[in-house]
Design a protein. Structure first.
Length: 269
């Protein structure tokens, strides 16, 4: 009996020892994971992914914003892959991002300088433009959303000048339409689609309906006239927005009894 009890006790201790060993091994594995160390396989995969992510930043083909590029590079740096190729690519990526920021700032400054010169011209108004003409040009500058304090101050001064001029005779409908076409294109080119959409909606009010026909003359010699494929005013206005250009002038306008435009003929500039 004593011999049986002794064997049972030894078996229990063996089981406890085995369980303890298994737990210890598990804790050891968790400890390895918590250190953040990668296996050779994981490190190899991380290096391959990092190369794939950094390459378009270096060669300029990435579609990520500059802030997202910076975030991605920092994430790769924090992985501490300690790979010579990756380290070199990180440096090149950081240099590429820095260069892109410098180029963006240069373009922005050129826009600000151009806007400042135009605003000063509007303030002087040497050409004696009407309030409506000044407002149209001011709106084009405002649509660029330059977010510059000096430009904002000048915009306010020009707006006050326009307001002080009082109402004047409206521009001819032909001029209003062509200004609208250019305003839509300029707003879109300036990265302000919301302003372009606003001008589109305002312009549609001149027409009997958004599907009022628009014919574009591509060739005219004497009595021979060739037209491009017919379109509608809404499609044409959106075309100006998409192309970021105003490529046609108003050739003829047909209005209904209420003065709304029921058909518009354009001609290539």
């Amino acid at each position: 009996m004593k011999q049986s009890m002794k064997k049972l006790t030894n078996l229990r201790w063996a089981s406890i020892l085995m369980i303890t060993l298994v737990i210890a091994m598990g804790l050891g594995a968790e400890s390895c994971k918590s250190t953040g160390k990668m296996s050779k396989k994981d490190r190899k995969a991380a290096i391959a992914l990092a190369k794939q992510q950094l390459t378009p930043i270096i060669d300029g083909s990435t579609t990520l914003s500059l802030s997202d590029q910076e975030k991605l590079v920092n994430e790769i740096v924090n992985k501490k892959l300690n790979d010579p190729t990756i380290n070199d690519m990180i440096i090149k990526s950081q240099q590429a991002i820095k260069k892109s920021y410098a180029e963006r700032d240069k373009v922005q400054q050129q826009k600000v300088d151009s806007a400042r010169a135009n605003l000063l011209d509007l303030l002087l108004n040497k050409d004696g433009k009407s309030a409506a003409e000044l407002q149209q040009e001011l709106n084009m500058i405002k649509s660029q959303n330059l977010n510059d304090s000096d430009i904002n101050d000048l915009v306010a001064k020009v707006q006050n000048k326009i307001n002080s001029m009082g109402s004047s005779a409206p521009l001819p409908i032909k001029t209003q339409l062509e200004n609208a076409f250019q305003g839509i294109a300029s707003a879109a080119a300036g990265g302000n689609p919301a302003e372009a959409d606003k001008i589109i909606q305002n312009t549609l009010q001149y027409f009997t309906a958004p599907d009022a026909p628009v014919l574009i003359i591509v060739y005219r010699q004497g009595s021979t006239v060739d037209y491009d494929k017919p379109t509608t005013i809404q499609r044409y206005l959106n075309f100006c927005k998409d192309q970021k250009k105003s490529m046609n002038s108003v050739d003829a306008i047909q209005q209904d009894d209420s003065g709304k435009i029921k058909e518009l003929d354009l001609i290539k500039k």
